[in-house]
Design a protein around this ligand. Structure first.
Ligand code: F6P
Length: 325
């Protein structure tokens, strides 16, 4: 399998660090004397031939920038066989033999479809949700977590002054990895994640009562969007105890901002490895990381894997949020 011209795209929800990954793909290609094209707006760009030839200057001063310089989209068209065939035609027309796709599991499903038509594909996990099961780490998680932590620290100041309860909704789609991490980092009174069944009386109300008994006068409840809406949680608290919580939905602010060092370096390593995998003749792979080591898995296998919040983190949360004298 010869690799002569690689296309790189970002797809799905953007994540801070995607630019660092694009940059690493481009620079590794140039290092090996391979042509590289940036595909704009995810799979839609491949369908419609929305591409630009990349050189070193295309990615200069991008490592520190949030968002994605290639734009992103969730392509409905690419989910159809017709859309996929059009994308394959674009690849043939442009001489793109290989694609590096950066995104989440929807992106990976698209890449898998393309590989069935003989295009070489390697995927890089990029999502603030950190919910790609075959990897410990997804690009963007660290930056998003730090953004949420900074916001909640600010909220705490005003909650403390007014002796209030705050309910903060954190992104994560159906997963609670972001909320759990953020909740532990801000010293939340309670953290609600979809992976753990919620006993509202025990997991929220009792914790608020205990905190109050121990002299606390402000409270921080962190809820993963997959575990319920902050407005509903706040209303249930109002109905059960004499508190009038304020609601904050952090929303898309969590997806923005300059990537942290951790995201920049992870993205750089993953972008480099994606190109190296293609040059080693591999295809239909996902770059992943386990305990600090970088490796790769077959896309089909990767999509079948399951990842859960660690039991230890659930126990840790119980120890950190309870008041045990
Ligand atoms: O997957 C990333 C993510 O930010 C999720 O946390 C969130 O549920 C979703 O994307 C929001 O999507 P959109 O940008 O389409 O509102």
């Amino acid at each position: 399998m010869s690799v002569k011209r690689i296309g790189v795209l970002t797809s799905g929800g953007d994540a801070p660090g995607m630019n660092a990954a694009v940059r690493a793909v481009v620079r590794t290609c140039l290092y090996h004397g391979i042509e590289v094209y940036g595909i704009r707006r995810g799979w839609n760009g491949l369908i419609h031939g929305d591409v630009q030839k990349m050189d070193a200057s295309s990615v200069s001063r991008t490592i520190n920038r949030g968002g994605t310089i290639l734009y992103t989209a969730r392509s409905k068209e690419f989910m159809t066989e017709e859309g996929q065939l059009r994308a394959v035609s674009t690849c043939k027309f442009l001489g793109l033999d290989s694609i590096v796709a950066i995104g989440g599991d929807g992106t990976f499903r698209g890449a898998r479809a393309l590989s069935k038509y003989g295009i070489n594909v390697v995927c890089i996990p990029g999502t603030i949700d950190n919910d790609i099961c075959c990897t410990n780490y997804c690009i963007g998680f660290d930056t998003a977590a730090n953004t949420a932590i900074e916001c909640i620290d600010k909220l705490r100041d005003t909650m403390q002054s007014h002796e209030r309860c705050s309910v903060v909704e954190v992104m994560g789609r159906n997963a609670g990895f972001l909320a759990m991490y953020v909740g532990l980092a801000v010293g939340a009174t309670a953290v609600l994640v979809p992976e753990k069944e919620i006993d509202f009386e025990k997991d929220v109300i009792e914790k608020l009562r205990q905190a109050r008994l121990h002299g606390f006068t402000h409270y921080m409840i962190v809820v993963a969007e997959g575990a319920g809406q902050a407005t509903d949680i706040a209303q249930k608290i109002r109905d059960s105890i004499d508190l009038d919580p304020r609601v904050t939905v952090l929303g898309h602010i969590q997806r923005g901002g300059s990537p942290t060092g951790r995201d920049r370096v992870n993205a750089t390593k993953m972008g480099y490895l994606a190109v190296e995998l293609l040059l080693a003749g591999k295809t239909n792979r996902i770059v992943c990381t386990h305990n600090g080591q970088y490796t790769d898995v077959d896309i089909d296998e990767g999509l079948e894997m399951k990842k859960d919040i660690q039991e230890m983190e659930i126990d840790l949360l119980a120890a950190m949020t309870g008041y045990h004298s």
